[in-house]
Design a protein around this ligand. Sequence first.
Ligand code: ADE
Length: 221
Amino acid sequence: MDEEIKLLLERMENKKTKVKAGIHYYIGDILGKSVVLCKSGVGKVNAAVTTQILIDSFDVSRVLFTGVAGAVHPELNIGDIVISSTCVQHDMDATALGFSRGEIPYQENSVFKADSSLVLLAERACNELGQKHLVGKVLSGDQFISNAEIVAKLRKELNGMCVEMEGAAVAQVCMMNATPFVIIRSISDKSDGSANVSFKEFTVEASGRSHSILEYMLQHL
Ligand code: ADE
């Protein structure tokens, strides 16, 4: 989201902009590291296209993705952070053909593993900042989840930590291109329709959190 990249964009030096497939890519240096900053937009297709372009046109060596998510794990509260251990597309459903929920038919791997050094670095950033966080499976689908029964199912059937709309698409593209990645999500709601926080206000707060985590990570990469 715009709020999320604004803070990083302000710190970018030697900035150049390129537009591809309607997506703005900002190329420059942040804290002495060469960075390509972009906003994927919402949903798996946007996220997949954005990521493939990052890899093909900008030759990135790793992908750090931040954003907001709904809680699935009962211990998560609004404002907590989830760091991906793995990502799965929860809306991939070929169960009628005998595949399990989330399993992509005729494909070896449907659970995409985040890079362990990036996960560790994100954990270190959270510890350093006193930020409550859990590491676990990020579930992605082209649906905003706002139903407690669906949350219970996502937890039971897929052992999900949180739910959002892009991570597993970024993860799959990164896996297909052997590019290390990590997804870092700020919990914005309980995925059960009880959200009474202003989404806009929350995004501004969450951007501050993501910014601090990314700042630490960039310094220590
Ligand atoms: N992003 C933030 N909250 C979400 C939810 N409940 N479902 C899907 N994506 C989200």
